[in-house]
Design a protein around this ligand. Structure first.
Ligand code: ASP
Length: 645
């Protein structure tokens, strides 16, 4: 490969000898984070006063003089204490002889969670007193000197992973919560994965890590953006929802493989497991097609995947949007378990049952069902009632539970009737067994599928709370969802169109002609990556033709093209064909670590309501400080906020 000399110099500087090593970060957690790297083991004690970390000491260190720094985790009978750092725990013997009275005083009097520095010798524990559960359990430290670096006041909660504490309290004292092994594990694993991603992208595949502005301008469509006032009257910046426009402009600029660990902002209000600011692994490439992006991402995940998990198997399976909706009722199917949606319209073509007949006579009318394995055993009558209520309240749909076991005396008369005549056909189509329950609904295809998709997940959760194992917790099930529609009807006004992904997404090559006749039918070159039923990434091949981009923006989406004149102009100056993707890093790490919430993989997250409970953000600003921005708060007359002010 020919490289200009400045470039070959740059890459020579980056390449390192390859040596494969693994090292546990701490072993006191039952599962250990295995650091794998093609580089040397990290040096945890360089440049600092300690010689070793608390968690690393073993019998091989016997006799060594060490200096350790850590927090006091336990103290027992003023004879020994356990010192903790990120790496683990180590037992320290408190000297009892008179000559060490000052050391004893420090170690006996320092409150729990005080931070101390001790120096001493690594000795073996007396025979029979080893602790096999503790990785440092064969040794202890015979202390010679000790220093109280800083005392700890009475804590709002104990720093022990098993201690239950409310999330609000954890967020208020986040700096203490971060001391837990779980948070340490999550953040260190995150750092490791990002490091390996950088390595894969930049060192193995020649990507360039480029920062893009976070003070930008409002863009049409998509999520709501945060505004930032400027000192020019009436003018505002916007925080970007993603670096989408910049990464495309970088392609026009010839930086043909871009990547960034990018901070994105969306003012979407409170939604479970969303954050107003979050991180994407943002990627764009020139001269690429959908398969190229997909292979890149499969390789990226395989390369950066933690070694203590089952390896990622590639290529990932792929499913069209239409198939995902029809089979799983969602565009992000959890494919770890079955309970698929089955179309049973044909069974009921000549039915006398009124509501089924009505549904089937309408356009796109269908009868669909899912089968809940052993539902008769695990679902209670009140579960079925709440399923029916949910369906009526949220989807305006009726759900018919059909028990195959005819002994169930709480079958509805209609269900019994169905059972009589349709039993063999239903059993054949749904592959049901004696103790299963069929949930049946009739109506318009998309609506019936969406409802059953929701019920499928609800029932899976219910069965699992009752002890049925449906989803293997160690399984990571990746899936590409492809061939999305290019446009969807706007929620507020279904006669108008909005982009299903974003307005820069290219139409499917075989559907381009439909743009001018039946735009609703156009499929796009947009792909989503789904992991265990969660969307963890999405991207597309972009439009690189200014005329087509202008037509879609102005004519089909009715957007103000002036706002995007810079990008339209750029496309006219020899913009290369390009495409990209963004992975939601927070959600990915959340799934990899099995955390209950994305807040558990972010050092300083916002609360569900978008507040930083530690610093009380957002906060009010005195009116005189708003003056330079030419803005003034108009207080809602009856709001709590006004009263609080
Ligand atoms: N910018 C897009 C998003 O944030 C991802 C992409 O199309 O590359 O969803």
């Amino acid at each position: 490969m020919y490289l200009p000399s400045w470039l070959s110099q740059l890459y020579r500087g980056l390449s390192r000898p390859i040596r494969r090593t693994t090292q546990p970060i701490w072993g006191s957690l039952s599962r250990s984070l295995v650091l794998s790297s093609q580089r040397r083991n990290p040096e945890f004690s360089s440049f600092v006063v300690r010689t070793n970390t608390c968690g690393e000491l073993r019998s091989s260190h016997l006799g060594q003089e060490v200096t350790l720094c850590g927090w006091i985790q336990y103290r027992r009978q003023n004879t020994f204490l356990v010192l903790r750092d990120f790496h683990g725990l180590v037992q320290v013997i408190i000297p009892q002889d008179e000559s060490a009275a000052s050391v004893r005083k420090i170690l006996c009097e320092a409150p729990m969670e005080s931070v101390v520095q001790v120096s001493g010798t690594v000795i073996s524990r007396p025979a029979g007193q080893e602790n096999p559960k503790m990785p440092t359990g064969e040794i202890e430290i015979k202390v010679k000197t000790a220093e109280l670096l800083n005392a700890c006041k009475k804590l709002p909660f104990e720093i022990k992973d098993f201690m239950k504490k409310t999330e609000a309290l954890r967020l208020q004292y986040r700096y203490l919560d971060l001391r837990s092994f779980q948070m340490q594990y999550n953040l260190r694993l995150r750092s490791q994965m990002v490091m390996k991603m950088r390595d894969y992208l930049c060192n193995l595949h020649g990507f360039v890590d480029i920062e893009t502005p976070t003070l930008f301008k409002r863009t049409p469509g998509g999520a709501k953006e945060f505004l930032v006032p400027s000192r020019e009257p009436g003018k505002f910046y916007s925080l970007p929802q993603s670096p989408q426009q910049f990464k495309q402009l970088l392609m026009v600029g010839g930086l043909d493989r871009y990547f960034q660990v990018a901070r994105c902002y969306r003012d979407e209000g409170s939604r479970p497991d969303r954050q107003p600011e979050f991180t994407q692994i943002d990627i764009e490439m020139s001269f690429v097609d959908q398969t190229g992006i997909q292979s890149l991402i499969e390789g990226l995940l395989q390369y950066s995947w933690p070694n203590d998990k089952d390896p990622v198997v590639v290529p990932f399976p792929s499913m069209t949007f239409a198939e995902a909706l029809a089979t799983y009722g969602t565009d992000k199917p959890d494919t770890r378990f079955g309970m698929k949606i089955i179309d049973i319209s044909d069974v009921f073509r000549n039915t006398e049952i009124r509501f089924l007949q009505d549904a089937l006579s309408k356009p796109h009318g269908t009868v669909k069902a899912i089968c809940i394995p052993e539902g008769a055993k695990y679902l209670k009558r009140k579960d079925i009632e709440s399923i029916r209520k949910f369906s009526a309240d949220h989807f305006d749909q009726e759900i018919l539970p059909v028990f195959l076991n005819t002994n169930r005396n709480w079958n509805s008369p209609v269900a019994n009737f169905i059972m009589e005549s349709k039993r063999p056909e239903l059993i054949r189509l749904m592959e049901t067994q004696e103790e299963d329950v069929v949930l049946l609904t009739a109506g318009e295809h998309n609506k019936a599928c969406s409802l059953l998709g929701k019920l499928r997940l609800e029932c899976a959760d219910l069965l699992e709370t009752r002890g049925v194992v449906l989803r293997d917790p160690t399984l990571f099930s990746f899936l590409w969802v492809v061939d999305f529609p290019l446009f969807l009807p706007k929620e507020e006004n279904p006669r108008e169109l909005e982009s299903a992904h974003h307005p820069f997404t290219a139409p499917h090559p075989s559907d381009i002609h439909l743009l001018y006749t039946e735009p609703k039918k156009v499929r796009s070159q947009h792909y989503d990556l789904v992991l265990n039923g969660n969307e963890i990434g999405g991207g597309s091949i972009r439009i690189h033709n200014a005329e087509l981009q202008r037509y879609i923006l102005a004519t089909l989406l009715k957007e103000d093209v002036k706002l995007l004149s810079h990008i339209l102009q750029a496309l006219d100056y020899g913009a290369p064909p390009h495409g990209g993707i963004a992975l939601g890093l927070d959600r990915l790490i959340c799934l990899v670590t099995g955390s209950p919430s994305i807040r558990d993989v972010i050092a300083f997250p916002k609360s569900f309501r978008g507040h930083d409970l530690m610093s009380n953000t957002p906060d009010s600003i005195p009116p005189e400080e708003l003056k330079p921005y030419h803005i003034q708060v108009s207080w809602p007359t009856d709001s709590k906020a006004a009263k609080a002010h």
